[in-house]
Design a protein around this ligand. Structure first.
Ligand code: PLP
Length: 467
């Protein structure tokens, strides 16, 4: 038989089947009733049910018994409700986990958030005069001190900070941004430095090679089309061997003598000496970079600063003032909730009272973690699993300090009745979701990134997932 005829017959068979089965299509109202109470607004449930019935109409071979259809749909709707932002217990040991909202905020910050959120406030009101006030004036004062700069301001994130800096300096014939080939990096989540440059209306002027870029390379590149020299901190990777990069001080001198702005995208922005908090390397601080003569720099608010998502721009007053006057700045400014959280994290750093959760987690001793681990292990007695306390290695994460590895303690679970993948799924889908990782035939939960106040909840989630 020719393939044409076979296809036709097949098509007729399909049509016949569709006709028969379409009569079994579930009805919308009946489905909604059968689904019962769900923790989702009705329009979302209704929209989903309509979609799923439409899909059955197009693929009648998928039509099944009404009962099993309801069970399946309820499960899918529960999956949808789990795509809302929920609080999660982070047992991965990654302190700044981009998939888990990066830096957690402190209890005082959370209290302040509630206070500002549910009341009116003086965002742009000067309580001293009763006149219109300056937005974020106190914050900018604090950020300038933290960054060791003449002036500072905040926008939505570090990517936005970089975009507005570029837009400010790119004008007329001056479009070229000089950048070393060793710094044309991808930060993560598809954020590539060359793409950001182009999207900002700048032109890339790459110099040097992957492993070597000298001061002479920069000198040779400068022309009357140069808008700015950009340095990008290699936050999420490291290079070794035959490498060389022009020193920041030399570059600053060169930029100054040629009257060209020199900026550095610092990324993680550790304002403290990281090595004082844990067994990790020193990360360059904004004030160190500023003191080397950089005109402007930018860093994230929710990486090593330990605050909310934001991008801090710090440096020369005339440049920051210029940037704040850019029409585009208005589109990138932070809202009252973020600004108040930034105020809070800035004060926590300035008071050096070590209440920043990120720093507390970094400085928690292995002994303290072990004590907690043993208590948790004791309360898990009698479950169908082999549960032990293990040695783990926490990491900073968030695309920062890739070489850092901090000794930690873990709860290791080898389930006897279910698979490791099944246990991981049950823990994730728990009322209080728990994330961990699987190695050596064990599901492991790193306690460094679990807050002590969550130990009880963690214990309950493990018990529920194993029984
Ligand atoms: C993380 C990072 C960024 C992006 O910061 P966001 O705050 O996520 O926008 C930019 N540059 C560098 C060097 C980074 O490490």
């Amino acid at each position: 038989m020719s393939t044409g005829i076979t296809q036709k017959l097949e098509h007729l068979k399909q049509l016949k089947m569709s006709k028969a089965d379409l009569s079994k299509l579930p009805a919308v109202e009946k489905t909604l009733k059968a689904l019962g109470e769900l923790d989702l607004p009705r329009p979302i449930v209704l929209g989903y049910v309509r979609e799923s019935i439409e899909e059955l109409r197009n693929n009648p071979e998928l039509i099944e018994e009404f009962e099993s259809y309801i069970i399946k749909t309820r499960k899918e709707l529960e999956d949808i409700s789990r795509t809302k932002i929920l609080s999660v217990l982070n047992g991965t040991g990654v302190l700044i986990h981009t998939n888990m909202g990066r830096s957690p905020l402190s209890e005082t910050a959370a209290d302040r958030l509630r206070e500002i959120a549910q009341n009116y406030n003086n965002l742009e009101l000067d309580l001293n005069t009763g006149e219109r006030g300056q937005r974020a004036a106190y914050l900018e004062r604090a950020l300038a001190i933290i960054s060791g700069s003449e002036m500072a301001t905040a926008v939505n994130n570090c990517a936005a900070a970089l975009v507005i800096i570029l837009r400010h300096f790119v004008r007329g014939n001056r479009k070229k941004i000089i950048i070393s080939r060793s710094q044309l990096v991808e930060i993560g989540g598809g954020f590539r430095i060359p793409d950001i440059l182009l999207a900002s209306g700048a032109e890339l002027h790459e110099i040097g090679t992957t492993n070597k870029t000298t001061l002479q390379d920069y000198k040779n590149a400068i022309s009357d089309e140069t808008a700015m020299i950009l340095k990008v901190h290699q936050s999420n990777f490291y290079m070794g061997g035959f490498i060389e990069n022009a020193e920041t001080e030399e570059l600053a001198k060169l930029a100054k003598s040629e009257n060209i702005p020199f900026c550095e995208d610092l990324g993680s922005g550790a304002v403290m000496n990281t090595e004082e908090y844990g067994p990790v390397a020193h990360e360059p601080t904004p004030s160190e970079i500023i003191s080397k003569g950089v005109d402007l720099l930018c860093y994230s608010g929710d990486k090593l600063l330990g605050g909310p998502q934001a991008g801090i721009i710090a440096g020369k007053k005339e440049f920051i003032q210029g940037i704040k006057k850019e029409p585009f700045y208005r589109a990138l400014r932070c809202d009252k909730l973020i600004l108040s959280m930034l105020e809070d994290i800035s004060e926590e750093h300035l008071k050096e009272n070590n209440s920043v959760p990120l720093l507390k987690m970094l400085s928690t001793s292995v002994n303290e973690l072990e004590t907690r681990a043993n208590i948790i292990k004791e309360s898990l007695n009698g479950l169908p699993a082999l549960i032990t306390v293990g040695d783990g290695e926490s990491r900073i994460g968030g695309g920062t300090m890739p070489k850092s590895s901090i000794p930690s303690k873990t709860i290791d679970i080898a389930p006897k009745e279910i698979s490791l993948k099944n246990l991981a799924s049950r823990l994730r889908k728990n009322e209080n979701p728990v994330m961990g990782y699987i190695t050596d035939e064990k599901f492991r939960i790193d306690l460094r990134t679990i807050f002590p106040r969550q130990d009880q909840t963690l214990t309950e989630s493990i018990i529920k997932s194993l029984t």
